[in-house]
Design a binder for this molecule. Structure first.
Ligand SMILES: Cc1ncc(COP(=O)(O)O)c(C=O)c1O
Length: 428
């Protein structure tokens, strides 16, 4: 992907930015006054996002805009930090625990098993650097993961094996995915690194069935030889109903600044109870146990979510407001968020099915897809399509992979009329 410059990566194609200019769209600040938040009313939910109404926001999931309850929490913390930073740090001494508790309430598992990070990429980098591997142990990953997984494994210098889970994403089946993954396992596999929803195709993996297959593979192995299932969940967290605990994985890594619409620059690493015993912290945490180890020259304490959380001072106004993002989703209801997203995905797919020139790459079944829909248009490059959409005030992206498709993500920040407008442009 020689032409994938940093700018293209960040905006999903140079055409995107140019298209907006062509459309004459403004990027004017959102109105200062937003209507009150009524979690039962979709118009009110959508109104909490200060996004420009001059653009149909099908890329809102790429990096969150802050819905009002989250923005208010950030502003509150920022004002207090600005006023008397040191004192407010003391007042907020338990705030990270409150974020862990909110995350555990949403994801299942124990609050003490959740590490706080700045992004999915940071979480993956820390996890794949911190998992202990003995000589001869291998990592099994797939051809469909994002740069952050592959690069973190490469930088670790791990012995990595990759499998392809499907050839044609639109025709992918859960049975075939599980069978291909299972065929890649050997007694040397210590880590399985996968992605719940592939951001290159929109395919959602049957993670529970994969976890069950790995459990069967692990059964005769000694605990230190068992394969650990690690999942990049960033395109599922905040749109899927299943919790991390439901999935049966060992580690789940995610940013909280995509579909969850949490503060930008935040994320988590979740571990199943007991799983942290397989990993060592990579960066010193600013925690009591870590300072105790240092001050007393004591042996390292057992790894916990707190100890795996990188230390140093942070943009705490964002980190502390992660609790408010989980609360925002819980107030709306995770099943209602998932259903709302699915309704729009189905509406979009029904419209795309009538367009002869469109090849949808994402499977139709809800078991194999989430909020992302990837497609190609015969006779036009994905960049050209995205540029055209932007010229018409529709924000879409091109997948930042070797395999390039047009990618859109209906969400709680979009509505049926946005989907219809997208279809109208594609009909042209
Ligand atoms: C599957 C996947 N994982 C990770 C990331 C990176 O997420 P973050 O910005 O939270 O590091 C992306 C895209 O941004 C992605 O598509």
């Amino acid at each position: 992907m020689a032409d994938l410059t940093r700018r293209r990566f960040l905006v999903g194609g140079t055409a995107a930015a140019g298209g907006l200019a062509l459309a004459g769209c403004t990027t004017a600040a959102a109105p200062a006054e937003l209507p009150p938040f009524d979690p039962g009313d979709w118009a009110s939910v959508r109104a909490q996002f200060p996004l420009s109404r001059e653009v149909r926001q099908f890329s809102a999931y790429v990096l969150a805009t802050h819905p009002r309850p989250v923005a208010d929490a950030i502003a509150r913390h920022r004002a207090e930090l600005d006023k008397d930073t040191h004192a407010y740090l003391g007042v907020q001494a338990g705030a990270e625990d409150a974020v862990r508790a909110a995350a555990a309430q949403y994801l299942g598992g124990r609050a003490s098993d959740i590490a706080l990070t700045d992004s999915t990429t940071m979480g993956l980098g820390l996890l794949y650097a911190g998992l202990r591997l003995t000589p001869g142990q291998q990592v099994l990953t797939t051809e469909h993961d994002f740069f952050s997984t592959h690069q973190a494994l490469r930088m670790r210098g791990a012995d990595v094996r990759r499998v392809r889970l499907y050839d044609d994403p639109a025709a992918a089946s859960a049975e075939e995915i599980v069978a291909r993954l299972r065929a890649g396992l050997t007694p040397a596999t210590r880590v399985v690194a996968i992605t719940w929803v592939h951001s290159v195709t929109g395919v959602k993996l049957p993670v529970r069935a994969i976890a069950d297959a790995i459990a069967a593979h692990n059964a005769p192995l000694a605990p230190a030889d068992r394969a650990l299932l690690c999942v990049d969940a960033v395109h599922a967290l905040g749109v899927e109903v299943a919790t991390a605990a439901d999935l049966g994985c060992d580690f789940l890594v995610s940013g909280t600044h995509k579909w969850l619409f949490g503060p930008r620059g935040t994320g988590i690493v979740w571990a199943r109870e007991g799983a942290w015993a397989a990993a060592d912290p990579v960066l010193p945490s600013f925690s009591g146990p870590a300072f105790g180890e240092w001050l007393n020259d004591a042996p390292p304490p057992p790894t916990t979510g707190e100890l795996f959380t990188p230390g140093g001072y942070h943009s705490f106004e964002h980190r502390w407001a992660v609790a408010d993002a989980f609360a925002f989703h819980r107030a709306i209801g995770r099943d209602r968020v998932a259903a709302r997203t699915r309704e729009q995905v189905d509406r979009l797919r029904a419209g795309l099915a009538d367009l002869r020139q469109i090849r949808v790459r994402t499977p139709a079944a809800p078991e194999l897809s989430a909020g992302l829909v990837c497609f190609d248009v015969d006779g036009a490059t994905p960049d050209a399509v995205v540029a055209r959409l932007h010229a018409k005030g529709i924000a879409a992206t091109v997948t930042p992979y070797r395999e390039r498709h047009v990618r859109v993500g209906p969400s709680i920040a979009t509505a049926d009329d946005d989907v219809d407008a997208l279809l109208d442009v594609l009909r042209e």
